[in-house]
Design a protein around this ligand. Structure first.
Ligand code: GLU
Length: 451
């Protein structure tokens, strides 16, 4: 499907955006936002804009920006277009002047301390800490006095103080009375734009059709809808999904630093395990591995996202990582593991991380220092080794013969053979390993020689 049917029957191209600020590494919460945007666009043949929200020049860095591109590409998320807010200030100024002409912004001269004091007073009177619009009550003389005192204004957007509503694709009908909110500051004393207006100006400029983000933005949305309307722009559709919490329901915000994609990658998590996990938690779908983002996109629907927070459990992710590895076809890992296909197939059920593969492969390629637990049994087993060619039937036939001759069975039979053949007490299935080890090495190891 190339697009969705818009009102009036015209075909509209779905366009979404992921708008991280390059002030830190992408963590699992950001990654989930990126992924849900991407899967939605992908499912409907839409476009995905990667917008770098770097209006905060003091905290934004090139290194974090580079990391965003690297992490998204690791996850398999490709953008159709990309831009950054730095350098688009003209667009934001134009939007600001339009709001000014419409009488929707006003200059404020309070200092941070004065605002703090006002909030404390309201709190003491058990009132919500909403900005009381003192700046709107200033006389021309008072304003002129502030200016001549050298105070620079910050600028607030004048909310309508009415009910603003939308039909959220996750939450259903939402209505917020903007009288319960402070007028948002759009421009700081130093003339810098804060996030609120540039985001709307960009959403208009890039013809964003759907804004998909966490529910921490619900209040922003009410203000931003009013800004879209004040700029005579079409308001996009909104979807706000519940945020991630820890396994025990605790807020993740403090731990997000250690839940960066970079860290998960270093810990050996597969990108498709991370993507499958982030796409499925908090939804009505089971948490199961998928091997491509396309598969996840086919299964994606906002209706499946629940209203309760999604639980992010690193142990559950690690388990999904193992399951993902067990399903990965050789072709997708060949370049990363550097072992032959038959060996991959033999060891993959035992992997929890791809980096375990090298150690497990050594059981076949050697050198293995055998552990001889029962010398009599291993000597008999060596004598009974059949001639090659070997296949998966060799192990059961051979151990049957060893068992018949020695009287050993169960663990007493298999464990000494495993220790001698691989040097370890556990590992992949021996019926698969034995033909790969081959007769010469197997014989040497059964005789206690390193091979
Ligand atoms: N840069 C904003 C953030 O990271 C974007 C929010 C939005 O999606 O509008 O929270």
């Amino acid at each position: 499907m190339p697009g969705a049917q818009a009102e009036g029957g015209a075909l509209m191209t779905i366009t979404v955006r992921f708008a991280p600020s390059p002030t830190g590494l992408l963590h699992v919460g950001n990654a989930r936002t990126a992924l849900l945007n991407y899967l939605f666009a992908r499912r409907l043949g839409g476009k995905f804009l990667l917008r770098i929200d770097d209006t905060d020049a003091a905290r934004s860095t090139k290194a974090f920006e580079d990391a965003i591109y690297r992490d998204l590409s690791w996850l398999g998320i490709q953008h159709d277009l990309t831009d950054r807010q730095f350098g688009r200030i003209k667009l934001y100024s134009t939007a600001f002047y339009r709001l000014q002409a419409a009488g929707r912004v006003y200059p404020c001269y309070e200092t941070e301390e004065e605002l703090d004091r006002q909030r404390a007073l309201l709190k003491a009177r058990r009132k919500p800490p909403i900005y009381e619009r003192g700046a709107l009550k200033l006389t021309d003389e008072q304003r002129a006095k502030h200016e001549s005192d050298g105070r620079k204004p910050h600028w607030r957007f004048k909310l309508s103080c009415q009910k603003t509503g939308w039909t959220d694709m996750v939450r259903g009908p939402v209505e917020i009375d903007t009288a319960t909110m402070s007028d948002p500051v759009l421009v700081r004393e130093d003339g810098a734009f804060l996030y609120t207006l540039p985001s709307v100006a960009d959403d208009i400029d890039f013809a964003i059709t759907h804004v998909v983000r966490g529910e921490d933005h619900v209040t922003n949305t009410a203000a931003q809808i009013e800004i879209f309307q004040a700029l005579d722009a079409k308001v996009p559709a909104f979807a706000h999904f519940p945020l991630l919490v820890g396994a025990g329901g605790e807020a993740l915000s403090k731990r997000l630093g250690s839940l960066s994609l970079e860290q998960l990658r270093e810990e050996g998590m597969e990108p498709m395990a991370v993507a499958s996990y982030l796409a499925k938690i908090g939804t009505s779908d089971p948490v199961e591995p998928r091997l491509s983002l396309d598969e996840l996109a086919k299964e994606f629907a906002f209706e499946k996202i629940g209203r309760a927070p999604a639980h992010f459990d690193p142990e559950e992710l690690a388990a999904l990582n193992a399951k993902t590895l067990h399903q990965l076809p050789y072709a997708t890992v060949a370049a990363r593991v550097n072992i032959p296909e038959a060996l991959w197939e033999a060891i993959k059920p035992n992997l929890t991380r791809l980096s375990d593969a090298a150690g497990l492969a050594l059981m076949v390629t050697g050198p293995v220092t055998p552990v001889i637990e029962d010398a009599g049994l291993t000597a008999t087993a060596a004598a009974l080794l059949p001639p090659e060619p070997w296949d998966e039937n060799t192990w059961p036939a051979w151990t049957k013969a060893v068992g018949a001759q020695t009287g050993a069975k169960g663990r007493g039979l298999f464990h000494p053979l495993r220790l001698a053949l691989t040097g370890r007490g556990d590992g992949p299935e021996l019926k698969k390993l034995l033909p790969l080890i081959g007769r010469a090495k197997a014989l040497a190891r059964l005789e206690g020689k390193t091979a």
